[in-house]
Design a protein around this ligand. Structure first.
Ligand SMILES: Nc1nc2c(ncn2[C@@H]2O[C@H](COP(=O)(O)OP(=O)(O)OP(=O)(O)O)[C@@H](O)[C@H]2O)c(=O)[nH]1
Length: 452
C-alpha cells in the first residue's frame, strides 16, 4: 500500500489514515469497532451519510438520531438502503438533489447550506449540510455531513407554526401540487390528486406525466408553452382519472432550472375545471341556439356558414344556400293566434330538420325566415332535398274550432356557391333575390338563382 506522504511505506498498525474504517464499510469489509476513527464516527454529533445512486450505504448513529430512524422493526438496516430524497423537505428537494448530483462530480466539498429535512416521524429539522464526492470501489459516491442548526426558541416556534401552516395548506389544497424532473417524471404530487384523479400520491410518483393525458397534443402544447415562456397560467387540458373518466383541467406551472441554468423540470398546480367547462359549453350552446325552435340562431348560423365558406371551397363539390320563408305567416298569426304561430315555427323546424343531413347547417334567421347551408352534395341531391322539404312542410296542418283547416307552405330561394363566393353575405343576397322570385311566382315552391 502506498502512503500519502511521498510514496513512503506506512506501517499499518501505527499510522492508519483517519477514515480507513469508513472506507472499509463502504467496501463491504468489517471495520475495527475499536479504531479511533470508528469511535469518531460513532461519537460525532454531526450526521455522516454516504450515498450511492441516491441511496444511503452508510449512516452513523447521529444520522439515525437526526432522522429519527431506529435500526429495528421495519428498518433492521436503519437508514442503509433508504433513498435520501425521502428525508428532504418537499420544498428543498429540487435544489438539494441538484447539489448532491453536482458534488458527485466535484473534488472539493461544497459550501455548507441550510436545508430542511423531514424525519421518519414527520418532524421538520433545519440542518447545515455539506457534501463531497467519494470513491466507492471505483463507483462514484457522495459523503454528506449534516448538523442541526440551533435556533432560539422564538424562531423555532415560528418555524414550527409556519411548517404546520404549510402542511395544512398542502394537505387540504383543492388543487394538485406537482413537480416533475427534466424528463417529465413526477417527483412529488400533493394529496389533492386523490380527489382530482382518484390515485394515491405514491401511485403517481415515478411515472411520467404523459401517462395521464388522453390527448398527446395537449401535453405537447403545454410543454411548448413552458419551453417558450418559462411559465403558463390557467393552461387548458384534459386528464384521465383512475376510473377512466376524462376530466378538464387547468394548469399553472413554471419551469425549474438548476444552479447552472439547465432545465430541471416543472413545478405547479393543476385543478379540475370539468364543471366550469361544462357550464361554459352549455352557455355557448345556449348562446347559439334559438330558444323557440332549438336550432341555430341567426348569429351562430352566419358565423358557422362563414367558417364553412371560408375554409372548405373545393371545385366540383356543391355548396348551396337555401333561404326558406313560411308563406302568409302573418295571416296564420291573425287567424289562429300568436301561440299557434309559435307552434307552427316549432313544427316547421322539426319537419325540415328531419329532411336535412346532419352535416348541413340549419338556422332561424328571424321571424318566419330560416336558412340551410347544404354542404358537399351534387345538384340532384339538393333538388331532392328541396322537394322533400316542400312536401314535409305541406303536411303541417292547422286546425281550429270553427276555422277552416289549412296547410302550411314555404317558399325557398336557392343559391349555389361559386368560386368567387367567399362571403356568406353574397350568398345570402343571391338567395334572397331567388326567394323574392319564389314568392312572386306563387309561393310553395323553390326558385334557383341563376348564376352567371
Ligand atoms: N307567432 C310568431 N310570429 C312571428 C314571430 N316572428 C315574426 N312573426 C310574425 O311573422 C309575420 C311575418 O309576416 P310577413 O313578413 O308580412 O310575411 P308573410 O305574412 O309570411 O307573407 P309572405 O312572406 O309574403 O308569404 C309577422 O306578422 C310577424 O309578426 C314569432 O316568433 N312568432
Amino acid at each position: 500500500m502506498r502512503g500519502r506522504a511521498g510514496g513512503k511505506r506506512v506501517n499499518r498498525g501505527e499510522h492508519q489514515p483517519l477514515l480507513d474504517p469508513l472506507t472499509s464499510i463502504l467496501n463491504h469489509k468489517k471495520m475495527n469497532p475499536d479504531s479511533v476513527s470508528a469511535k469518531l464516527l460513532e461519537a460525532l454529533p454531526a450526521a455522516v451519510l454516504v450515498l450511492r445512486g441516491g441511496l444511503m450505504v452508510y449512516a452513523n448513529p447521529a444520522a439515525h438520531l437526526l432522522l429519527e430512524v431506529e435500526m429495528s422493526g421495519e428498518y433492521p438496516q436503519g437508514l442503509v438502503g433508504q433513498p435520501i430524497v425521502e428525508f428532504i423537505h418537499p420544498l428543498d428537494q429540487s435544489h438539494s438533489v441538484n447539489r448532491i448530483r453536482r458534488s458527485a462530480s466535484s473534488k472539493t466539498a461544497n459550501v455548507p447550506v441550510e436545508v430542511r429535512l423531514q424525519t421518519r416521524r414527520n418532524r421538520v429539522r433545519v440542518v447545515l449540510v455539506t457534501s463531497v464526492s467519494v470513491d466507492l470501489e471505483g463507483e462514484p459516491g457522495v459523503l454528506v455531513t449534516a448538523m442541526e442548526v440551533r435556533r432560539d426558541s422564538t424562531t423555532g416556534e415560528r418555524m414550527r407554526r409556519s411548517e404546520e401552516h404549510f402542511r395544512r395548506l398542502f394537505e387540504n389544497m383543492q388543487d394538485v401540487y406537482y413537480r416533475t424532473d427534466a424528463l417529465g417524471v413526477v417527483q412529488l404530487v400533493g394529496p389533492g390528486v386523490r380527489r382530482v384523479l382518484g390515485f394515491e400520491p405514491h401511485e403517481i410518483v415515478g411515472r411520467t406525466a404523459e401517462e395521464y393525458y388522453p390527448n398527446h397534443a395537449d401535453r405537447d402544447a403545454f410543454k411548448d408553452a413552458i419551453r417558450k415562456f418559462g411559465e403558463v397560467a390557467d393552461f387548458p387540458g384534459q386528464m384521465v382519472r383512475k376510473d377512466g373518466r376524462i376530466i378538464d383541467i387547468s394548469i399553472s406551472s413554471s419551469a425549474l432550472f438548476d444552479e447552472d441554468g439547465a432545465f430541471a423540470g416543472v413545478e405547479g398546480i393543476y385543478r379540475d375545471v370539468t364543471e366550469r367547462k361544462e357550464l361554459e359549453r352549455e352557455l355557448r350552446r345556449l348562446a347559439s341556439i334559438d330558444s323557440l325552435t332549438n336550432i341555430l340562431n341567426r348569429r351562430a348560423f352566419i358565423e358557422r356558414a362563414r367558417e364553412e365558406l371560408g375554409t372548405h371551397y373545393e371545385p366540383g363539390i356543391e355548396q348551396t344556400l337555401l333561404l326558406l320563408d313560411i308563406d302568409y305567416f302573418k295571416s296564420i298569426n291573425d287567424q289562429y293566434g300568436h301561440a299557434t304561430g309559435d307552434q307552427v315555427l316549432t313544427r316547421f323546424a322539426r319537419a325540415v330538420g328531419e329532411q336535412i343531413w346532419s352535416t348541413d347547417l340549419f338556422g332561424r334567421l328571424g321571424g318566419e325566415e330560416f336558412a340551410i347551408l347544404v354542404k358537399h352534395t351534387n345538384p340532384e341531391q339538393v333538388r331532392d332535398l328541396v322537394d322533400r322539404v316542400l312536401d314535409a312542410v305541406r303536411t303541417i296542418r292547422l286546425e281550429a274550432d270553427g276555422r277552416p283547416s289549412r296547410a302550411v307552405t314555404v317558399s325557398i330561394g336557392a343559391a349555389r356557391r361559386t368560386s368567387i363566393d367567399h362571403r356568406v353575405e353574397h350568398l345570402l343576397d343571391r338567395a334572397d333575390r331567388a326567394l323574392y322570385q319564389a314568392k312572386h311566382g306563387g309561393r310553395d315552391r323553390v326558385f334557383w338563382e341563376r348564376t352567371a
